[in-house]
Design a binder for this molecule. Sequence first.
Ligand code: GLA
Length: 335
Amino acid sequence: MGERVRAFAPGRVNLIGDHTDYAGGLALPMAIQLGTTVEGHRTDAAAGIRLTSADQPDPVVLPVDVADPAAVAPPWGRYVAGVVHELRPVHGFEGAVTSTLPIGSGLSSSASLELAVALALGFAGSPRELAELGQRAEQVASGVPCGIMDQLASACGEAGRALLVDFTTMAVEPVPVPDHIEIVVVHSGQPRELAGSAYGERRASCEAAAALIGPLHDATLEDAESIADPRLAARARHVVTENARVRAFAAALTAGDLAAAGAAMYESHASLAVDFEVSTPVLDALVERLRATPGVHGARLTGAGFGGCVVALTDPGALREGWVVHASAGARLGD
Ligand code: GLA
Protein backbone atom coordinates (compact mmCIF):
# COMPACT_ATOMS: atom_id res chain seq x y z
CA MET A 1 0.00 0.00 0.00
CA GLY A 2 1.25 3.48 -0.87
CA GLU A 3 1.94 6.46 1.23
CA ARG A 4 -0.89 7.67 3.51
CA VAL A 5 -2.03 11.20 2.62
CA ARG A 6 -4.36 13.72 4.20
CA ALA A 7 -5.22 17.00 2.48
CA PHE A 8 -7.51 19.81 3.62
CA ALA A 9 -8.81 22.77 1.63
CA PRO A 10 -11.06 25.46 3.10
CA GLY A 11 -14.23 26.95 1.70
CA ARG A 12 -14.43 30.71 1.32
CA VAL A 13 -16.71 33.65 1.84
CA ASN A 14 -16.40 36.78 -0.24
CA LEU A 15 -16.75 39.91 1.91
CA ILE A 16 -17.09 42.25 -1.07
CA GLY A 17 -16.32 42.37 -4.79
CA ASP A 18 -18.58 40.01 -6.70
CA HIS A 19 -18.65 39.46 -10.45
CA THR A 20 -15.35 41.31 -10.69
CA ASP A 21 -12.81 38.46 -10.80
CA TYR A 22 -13.39 37.42 -14.42
CA ALA A 23 -13.43 41.12 -15.37
CA GLY A 24 -9.93 41.71 -13.97
CA GLY A 25 -11.32 43.69 -11.04
CA LEU A 26 -10.94 43.53 -7.25
CA ALA A 27 -12.44 41.35 -4.51
CA LEU A 28 -11.93 40.67 -0.81
CA PRO A 29 -12.60 37.00 -0.06
CA MET A 30 -11.31 34.99 2.88
CA ALA A 31 -10.74 31.29 3.43
CA ILE A 32 -12.84 29.98 6.34
CA GLN A 33 -12.40 27.34 9.02
CA LEU A 34 -14.80 24.93 7.29
CA GLY A 35 -13.69 22.84 4.35
CA THR A 36 -13.07 19.50 2.69
CA THR A 37 -10.64 16.76 3.74
CA VAL A 38 -9.41 14.01 1.43
CA GLU A 39 -7.68 11.14 3.17
CA GLY A 40 -6.31 7.91 1.75
CA HIS A 41 -3.32 6.36 0.11
CA ARG A 42 -1.64 6.48 -3.24
CA THR A 43 -1.85 3.34 -5.39
CA ASP A 44 -0.60 2.26 -8.80
CA ALA A 45 -1.79 4.44 -11.65
CA ALA A 46 -3.45 1.37 -13.16
CA ALA A 47 -5.77 1.14 -10.13
CA GLY A 48 -7.20 4.58 -10.97
CA ILE A 49 -8.95 6.92 -8.53
CA ARG A 50 -11.49 5.59 -6.01
CA LEU A 51 -13.09 8.03 -3.59
CA THR A 52 -16.03 7.65 -1.27
CA SER A 53 -17.84 10.60 0.29
CA ALA A 54 -19.47 10.79 3.69
CA ASP A 55 -22.23 12.97 2.17
CA GLN A 56 -22.91 11.09 -1.05
CA PRO A 57 -24.34 7.62 -1.65
CA ASP A 58 -22.18 6.69 -4.64
CA PRO A 59 -18.39 6.59 -4.85
CA VAL A 60 -16.30 8.04 -7.66
CA VAL A 61 -14.26 5.57 -9.71
CA LEU A 62 -12.10 6.98 -12.52
CA PRO A 63 -9.09 6.10 -14.63
CA VAL A 64 -6.14 8.50 -14.23
CA ASP A 65 -6.52 9.44 -17.91
CA VAL A 66 -10.24 10.34 -17.65
CA ALA A 67 -11.37 11.87 -20.96
CA ASP A 68 -14.63 13.78 -20.35
CA PRO A 69 -15.05 15.08 -16.77
CA ALA A 70 -18.45 16.67 -17.48
CA ALA A 71 -19.91 13.24 -18.35
CA VAL A 72 -18.83 11.52 -15.12
CA ALA A 73 -21.40 10.02 -12.72
CA PRO A 74 -22.20 10.55 -9.90
CA PRO A 75 -22.24 14.36 -10.43
CA TRP A 76 -19.93 15.14 -7.48
CA GLY A 77 -17.32 13.04 -9.28
CA ARG A 78 -17.14 15.63 -12.07
CA TYR A 79 -15.08 17.94 -9.86
CA VAL A 80 -12.75 15.07 -8.96
CA ALA A 81 -12.54 14.16 -12.66
CA GLY A 82 -11.84 17.79 -13.58
CA VAL A 83 -8.82 17.75 -11.25
CA VAL A 84 -7.63 14.39 -12.55
CA HIS A 85 -8.02 15.66 -16.13
CA GLU A 86 -5.94 18.78 -15.44
CA LEU A 87 -3.36 17.18 -13.14
CA ARG A 88 -2.75 13.87 -14.95
CA PRO A 89 -1.59 12.21 -11.72
CA VAL A 90 1.16 9.59 -11.93
CA HIS A 91 -0.41 7.57 -9.08
CA GLY A 92 -3.80 6.13 -8.43
CA PHE A 93 -5.56 7.02 -5.17
CA GLU A 94 -7.98 5.29 -2.84
CA GLY A 95 -9.59 7.25 -0.07
CA ALA A 96 -12.49 9.15 1.42
CA VAL A 97 -13.84 12.70 1.28
CA THR A 98 -15.36 14.41 4.32
CA SER A 99 -16.58 17.97 4.58
CA THR A 100 -17.46 20.38 7.38
CA LEU A 101 -19.02 22.82 4.90
CA PRO A 102 -22.79 22.97 5.17
CA ILE A 103 -24.17 21.35 2.00
CA GLY A 104 -25.38 23.78 -0.67
CA SER A 105 -24.20 26.67 1.44
CA GLY A 106 -22.53 28.73 -1.28
CA LEU A 107 -19.26 28.58 0.64
CA SER A 108 -17.38 27.13 -2.35
CA SER A 109 -17.62 23.46 -1.55
CA SER A 110 -16.62 22.63 -5.14
CA ALA A 111 -13.43 24.73 -5.02
CA SER A 112 -12.47 23.21 -1.68
CA LEU A 113 -13.08 19.68 -3.03
CA GLU A 114 -10.97 20.43 -6.11
CA LEU A 115 -8.01 21.73 -4.14
CA ALA A 116 -8.08 18.98 -1.51
CA VAL A 117 -8.22 16.34 -4.27
CA ALA A 118 -5.36 18.00 -6.18
CA LEU A 119 -3.11 18.04 -3.09
CA ALA A 120 -4.01 14.46 -2.20
CA LEU A 121 -3.21 13.32 -5.75
CA GLY A 122 0.26 14.84 -5.61
CA PHE A 123 -0.04 18.39 -6.97
CA ALA A 124 3.26 20.18 -6.35
CA GLY A 125 3.34 23.87 -7.13
CA SER A 126 2.59 27.29 -5.71
CA PRO A 127 -0.77 28.25 -4.15
CA ARG A 128 -1.50 30.34 -7.21
CA GLU A 129 -0.80 27.39 -9.52
CA LEU A 130 -3.05 25.25 -7.33
CA ALA A 131 -5.82 27.83 -7.72
CA GLU A 132 -5.33 27.95 -11.50
CA LEU A 133 -5.56 24.17 -11.70
CA GLY A 134 -8.72 24.21 -9.57
CA GLN A 135 -10.31 26.87 -11.78
CA ARG A 136 -9.61 24.84 -14.93
CA ALA A 137 -11.00 21.74 -13.21
CA GLU A 138 -14.18 23.61 -12.24
CA GLN A 139 -14.62 24.90 -15.79
CA VAL A 140 -14.24 21.49 -17.45
CA ALA A 141 -16.41 19.82 -14.79
CA SER A 142 -19.28 22.30 -14.81
CA GLY A 143 -19.06 24.04 -18.18
CA VAL A 144 -19.39 27.37 -16.32
CA PRO A 145 -16.70 29.94 -17.26
CA CYS A 146 -16.01 30.76 -13.61
CA GLY A 147 -13.34 33.16 -12.43
CA ILE A 148 -10.53 32.20 -10.06
CA MET A 149 -11.67 33.87 -6.84
CA ASP A 150 -12.99 30.81 -5.03
CA GLN A 151 -9.95 28.65 -5.73
CA LEU A 152 -7.52 31.50 -5.03
CA ALA A 153 -9.11 32.23 -1.65
CA SER A 154 -9.00 28.55 -0.72
CA ALA A 155 -5.36 28.20 -1.84
CA CYS A 156 -4.00 31.44 -0.36
CA GLY A 157 -6.01 31.77 2.87
CA GLU A 158 -4.37 33.22 5.99
CA ALA A 159 -5.52 32.98 9.58
CA GLY A 160 -7.10 36.24 10.73
CA ARG A 161 -6.83 37.90 7.34
CA ALA A 162 -9.07 38.49 4.36
CA LEU A 163 -7.36 38.72 0.96
CA LEU A 164 -7.49 41.85 -1.17
CA VAL A 165 -7.07 40.41 -4.66
CA ASP A 166 -6.37 42.37 -7.83
CA PHE A 167 -7.38 39.98 -10.62
CA THR A 168 -5.41 41.93 -13.25
CA THR A 169 -2.04 41.84 -11.49
CA MET A 170 -3.00 38.76 -9.39
CA ALA A 171 -1.54 40.54 -6.36
CA VAL A 172 -2.92 39.20 -3.06
CA GLU A 173 -2.69 41.57 -0.09
CA PRO A 174 -3.70 40.32 3.37
CA VAL A 175 -6.15 42.59 5.23
CA PRO A 176 -6.51 41.87 8.98
CA VAL A 177 -10.05 41.13 10.12
CA PRO A 178 -10.65 42.88 13.47
CA ASP A 179 -11.27 40.61 16.48
CA HIS A 180 -14.22 42.57 17.79
CA ILE A 181 -16.51 41.83 14.85
CA GLU A 182 -18.27 38.74 13.59
CA ILE A 183 -18.70 37.62 9.99
CA VAL A 184 -21.89 35.64 9.60
CA VAL A 185 -23.10 33.79 6.51
CA VAL A 186 -26.88 33.37 6.29
CA HIS A 187 -28.50 31.15 3.69
CA SER A 188 -31.48 32.68 1.93
CA GLY A 189 -33.16 29.27 1.70
CA GLN A 190 -33.25 29.75 -2.06
CA PRO A 191 -31.07 27.29 -3.98
CA ARG A 192 -28.84 28.87 -6.58
CA GLU A 193 -30.58 28.84 -9.92
CA LEU A 194 -29.65 29.92 -13.44
CA ALA A 195 -26.11 30.02 -12.15
CA GLY A 196 -24.61 28.47 -15.28
CA SER A 197 -26.23 30.24 -18.21
CA ALA A 198 -26.76 33.64 -16.57
CA TYR A 199 -23.21 33.59 -15.22
CA GLY A 200 -21.81 33.04 -18.70
CA GLU A 201 -24.01 35.83 -20.05
CA ARG A 202 -22.74 38.28 -17.38
CA ARG A 203 -19.16 37.37 -18.13
CA ALA A 204 -19.73 37.89 -21.88
CA SER A 205 -21.29 41.32 -21.16
CA CYS A 206 -18.21 42.39 -19.21
CA GLU A 207 -16.00 41.28 -22.07
CA ALA A 208 -18.18 43.21 -24.56
CA ALA A 209 -17.98 46.32 -22.37
CA ALA A 210 -14.19 46.00 -22.06
CA ALA A 211 -13.93 45.72 -25.87
CA LEU A 212 -15.61 49.15 -26.04
CA ILE A 213 -13.95 51.06 -23.18
CA GLY A 214 -10.81 49.07 -22.33
CA PRO A 215 -10.07 46.93 -19.26
CA LEU A 216 -12.72 47.45 -16.55
CA HIS A 217 -9.90 47.41 -13.97
CA ASP A 218 -8.85 50.87 -15.19
CA ALA A 219 -12.16 52.22 -16.53
CA THR A 220 -13.87 55.21 -14.89
CA LEU A 221 -17.55 55.73 -14.18
CA GLU A 222 -17.65 58.14 -17.13
CA ASP A 223 -16.19 55.44 -19.39
CA ALA A 224 -18.88 53.00 -18.23
CA GLU A 225 -21.64 55.53 -18.79
CA SER A 226 -20.37 56.35 -22.28
CA ILE A 227 -21.56 52.91 -23.46
CA ALA A 228 -24.65 53.40 -25.61
CA ASP A 229 -26.35 50.09 -24.76
CA PRO A 230 -27.93 50.77 -21.34
CA ARG A 231 -27.67 47.16 -20.17
CA LEU A 232 -23.98 46.91 -21.07
CA ALA A 233 -23.38 50.30 -19.45
CA ALA A 234 -25.02 49.06 -16.23
CA ARG A 235 -22.89 45.88 -16.18
CA ALA A 236 -19.72 47.95 -16.62
CA ARG A 237 -20.90 50.47 -13.98
CA HIS A 238 -21.27 47.62 -11.49
CA VAL A 239 -17.71 46.39 -12.02
CA VAL A 240 -16.19 49.88 -11.94
CA THR A 241 -18.06 50.94 -8.79
CA GLU A 242 -17.58 47.55 -7.12
CA ASN A 243 -13.80 47.84 -7.57
CA ALA A 244 -13.94 51.20 -5.74
CA ARG A 245 -16.11 49.71 -2.99
CA VAL A 246 -13.62 46.86 -2.44
CA ARG A 247 -10.88 49.42 -1.80
CA ALA A 248 -13.16 51.51 0.42
CA PHE A 249 -14.22 48.45 2.41
CA ALA A 250 -10.62 47.25 2.88
CA ALA A 251 -9.60 50.71 4.11
CA ALA A 252 -12.60 50.91 6.45
CA LEU A 253 -11.91 47.44 7.88
CA THR A 254 -8.28 48.37 8.50
CA ALA A 255 -9.37 51.59 10.22
CA GLY A 256 -12.02 49.76 12.27
CA ASP A 257 -14.72 51.97 10.73
CA LEU A 258 -17.59 49.48 10.74
CA ALA A 259 -20.19 52.00 9.60
CA ALA A 260 -18.20 52.77 6.44
CA ALA A 261 -17.47 49.08 5.81
CA GLY A 262 -21.15 48.24 6.25
CA ALA A 263 -22.26 51.05 3.95
CA ALA A 264 -19.99 49.66 1.20
CA MET A 265 -21.62 46.25 1.67
CA TYR A 266 -25.16 47.62 1.28
CA GLU A 267 -24.08 49.60 -1.80
CA SER A 268 -22.48 46.46 -3.24
CA HIS A 269 -25.72 44.56 -2.79
CA ALA A 270 -27.72 47.31 -4.48
CA SER A 271 -25.30 47.39 -7.41
CA LEU A 272 -25.45 43.60 -7.81
CA ALA A 273 -29.26 43.80 -7.67
CA VAL A 274 -29.89 46.81 -9.92
CA ASP A 275 -26.93 47.13 -12.32
CA PHE A 276 -25.79 43.51 -12.49
CA GLU A 277 -29.21 41.86 -11.92
CA VAL A 278 -27.94 38.80 -10.05
CA SER A 279 -30.01 39.22 -6.87
CA THR A 280 -33.48 37.83 -6.19
CA PRO A 281 -36.43 39.15 -4.14
CA VAL A 282 -35.56 36.56 -1.46
CA LEU A 283 -31.96 37.78 -1.18
CA ASP A 284 -33.10 41.43 -1.18
CA ALA A 285 -35.60 40.74 1.61
CA LEU A 286 -32.94 38.95 3.67
CA VAL A 287 -30.51 41.85 3.33
CA GLU A 288 -33.26 44.27 4.40
CA ARG A 289 -34.21 42.12 7.39
CA LEU A 290 -30.58 41.93 8.52
CA ARG A 291 -30.19 45.68 7.99
CA ALA A 292 -33.03 46.25 10.46
CA THR A 293 -31.39 43.99 13.08
CA PRO A 294 -29.49 45.74 15.91
CA GLY A 295 -25.75 45.08 15.79
CA VAL A 296 -25.64 44.42 12.04
CA HIS A 297 -23.29 46.87 10.28
CA GLY A 298 -23.59 45.59 6.73
CA ALA A 299 -24.94 42.75 4.60
CA ARG A 300 -24.86 41.73 0.95
CA LEU A 301 -25.33 38.74 -1.28
CA THR A 302 -22.06 36.86 -1.62
CA GLY A 303 -20.82 34.78 -4.55
CA ALA A 304 -22.57 34.38 -7.86
CA GLY A 305 -26.09 35.33 -6.64
CA PHE A 306 -29.37 34.00 -8.10
CA GLY A 307 -30.07 32.59 -4.63
CA GLY A 308 -27.57 31.26 -2.12
CA CYS A 309 -26.11 33.25 0.76
CA VAL A 310 -25.80 36.67 2.31
CA VAL A 311 -22.72 37.71 4.31
CA ALA A 312 -23.15 40.07 7.25
CA LEU A 313 -20.68 42.11 9.32
CA THR A 314 -21.96 42.23 12.87
CA ASP A 315 -21.20 42.87 16.51
CA PRO A 316 -20.45 39.56 18.27
CA GLY A 317 -23.63 37.61 18.95
CA ALA A 318 -25.91 40.01 17.05
CA LEU A 319 -27.35 37.24 14.87
CA ARG A 320 -28.79 33.98 16.11
CA GLU A 321 -28.77 32.35 12.69
CA GLY A 322 -26.31 31.33 10.01
CA TRP A 323 -22.66 30.33 10.33
CA VAL A 324 -20.05 32.44 12.07
CA VAL A 325 -16.92 32.15 9.92
CA HIS A 326 -13.29 32.98 10.71
CA ALA A 327 -10.51 33.92 8.31
CA SER A 328 -8.35 30.79 8.12
CA ALA A 329 -5.27 29.25 6.55
CA GLY A 330 -5.32 27.97 2.99
CA ALA A 331 -5.23 24.49 1.43
CA ARG A 332 -2.59 22.19 2.87
CA LEU A 333 -1.34 18.65 3.20
CA GLY A 334 -0.89 16.85 6.45
CA ASP A 335 -3.46 17.88 9.06
C1 GLA B 1 -18.69 32.31 -8.42
C2 GLA B 1 -17.43 32.11 -9.27
C3 GLA B 1 -16.36 33.13 -8.91
C4 GLA B 1 -16.92 34.56 -8.91
C5 GLA B 1 -18.23 34.63 -8.14
C6 GLA B 1 -18.89 35.98 -8.26
O1 GLA B 1 -18.43 32.03 -7.08
O2 GLA B 1 -16.92 30.81 -9.10
O3 GLA B 1 -15.26 33.02 -9.79
O4 GLA B 1 -17.07 35.04 -10.23
O5 GLA B 1 -19.16 33.64 -8.55
O6 GLA B 1 -18.10 36.96 -7.68
